[in-house]
Design a protein around this ligand. Structure first.
Ligand SMILES: C[S@@+](CC[C@H](N)C(=O)[O-])C[C@H]1O[C@@H](n2cnc3c(N)ncnc32)[C@H](O)[C@@H]1O
Length: 200
C-alpha cells in the first residue's frame, strides 16, 4: 500500500500525466458533451489536478487508505470503493473512463477491460496511460520477465511485463489508438498513451 502511494507520487510528478491531460482534452473534450467520467484507481488523487475542470469526476479506488487523500483534493467526490474487475456502475452509464497506471496493478486486466467496455456508453472512450512490456525478444523484455516477481512484490502489485496493448486490441473496442512514450525510468520505461472507443 505504501509502495503504491509512492508510485502515485512519482508518476504524478512525471511528464506522463501532463501528456495524459493533453490526451483527455483532445480525446473527450470539455464542452459539456461529457456528463460523467470514471477515473479508475486514482491512488491518492494527485492526478485530479491534471484533469480539465467542468466534468463530473467519479474516482474508483479499492484501497481505503487513499480515500482521505482523494477527498482532500475533491471534497465532493463520490468514491467507488471497489476493484476495477467489478465496477459498481450500470451498463452503458459513463461517457469516458480514464485509466492511468492501473492496468499494470490490477489482478485481472482482461476482466477490467471488459468491465470498462460494459460501463461505457456506445461511442464512449477509454483514455489510457500505462507502462507496458518492452517488445518481445528485446533485452529489456527479458529483464522485465526476470524481475517481475520481485518487482511485483516490492511495488505492491505492479507488473512490469504486461502486454497491455495486445490486451486492448483483443478486448472488443471498435478502435484502439496509441502513441508510444519512453520515460527515463528503469525497467518500466515503455509507456502507451492513447484512446480506445466503444462501438457507437
Ligand atoms: C501505480 S498506482 C496508480 C495510481 C493513479 N492511477 C495514478 O496514475 O497515479 C496503481 C493503483 O491501482 C490500484 N489498484 C490495484 N489493484 C486494483 C484493482 N483490482 N482495481 C482497481 N484499482 C486497483 C492501487 O490501489 C493504486 O491506487
Amino acid at each position: 500500500m505504501i509502495a503504491s502511494a509512492c508510485a502515485t507520487e512519482f508518476f504524478a510528478c512525471s511528464e506522463s500525466l501532463r501528456a495524459l491531460r493533453e490526451l483527455v482534452k483532445r480525446g473527450v473534450g470539455t464542452n459539456g458533451r461529457i456528463r460523467l467520467r470514471t477515473h479508475l484507481s486514482v491512488g491518492t488523487g494527485l492526478n485530479r489536478v491534471y484533469l480539465p475542470s467542468g466534468v463530473e469526476w467519479l474516482p474508483l479506488e479499492p484501497e481505503v487508505a487513499h480515500h482521505a487523500s482523494i477527498l482532500s483534493r475533491d471534497p465532493g467526490a463520490t468514491i467507488l470503493s471497489a476493484p476495477a474487475e467489478a465496477i459498481p456502475l450500470g451498463d452503458e452509464s459513463v461517457d469516458a473512463v480514464i485509466s492511468s497506471l492501473v492496468l499494470c496493478s490490477v489482478g485481472e486486466p482482461d476482466r477490467v477491460l471488459k468491465e470498462i467496455l460494459r460501463v461505457l456508453k456506445p461511442g464512449g472512450c477509454l483514455v489510457f496511460l500505462e507502462h507496458v512490456a518492452a517488445p518481445r525478444g528485446t533485452l529489456l523484455a527479458r529483464i522485465q520477465t526476470l524481475v517481475q516477481p520481485v518487482w511485483t512484490w516490492l511495488s505492491g502489485g505492479c507488473h512490469p511485463d504486461r502486454e497491455t496493448g495486445r490486451l486492448l486490441r483483443q478486448t472488443g473496442f471498435a478502435l484502439v489508438e496509441w502513441e508510444e512514450l519512453r520515460l527515463p525510468v528503469p525497467i518500466v520505461s515503455p509507456h502507451l498513451f492513447g484512446r480506445a472507443f466503444k462501438k457507437s
